[in-house]
Write a new protein. Sequence first.
Length: 174
Amino acid sequence: MSAIQIRKVGLEDIADLQSIGRQTFAETFSEGNSEEDMNQYLEEKFSVSQLKSELSDENSMFYFAFVDKNIVGYLKVNSGDSQTEIKDKNAMEIERIYVKNDFHGKSVAKHLYNKAIEIAESKNVDYVWLGVWEENARAISFYRKNNFVEFDKHIFKLGNDEQTDIMMKLHLNK
């Protein structure tokens, strides 16, 4: 496999972001959720207007992962008031790390994760946090291997279905 490249996403990349976002979310969660709930979530969260709003937010950043000039995954991080739940100025949220199924196990998520930690360190935050679906064993294992610890739970609404996310955090060494 060729080297993995990471590049910041801009407004000109909305169509690509919408495509990779919808594909990877559907690949990750379709099996455990109803088609109706999935469609509702994908329409709301990956609409052009929603993505434009998020890309225009100075406290949110997206990054693509490329292999051979093909987008194979992406990252979204939030700081300040753009964090979805904890609004701690000394924290940063990893809201999304998604990778196409064909690229699981090929270090793409690790590259995106490393980019997130690099950003957190440059922002000089005390910790990084995230929420992960309690049934997403692969992601939970990934974050545990990277020294994240569970600290709480919250409800994540997928369409009309309320699901439980495990909240995890990593304290950064300064």
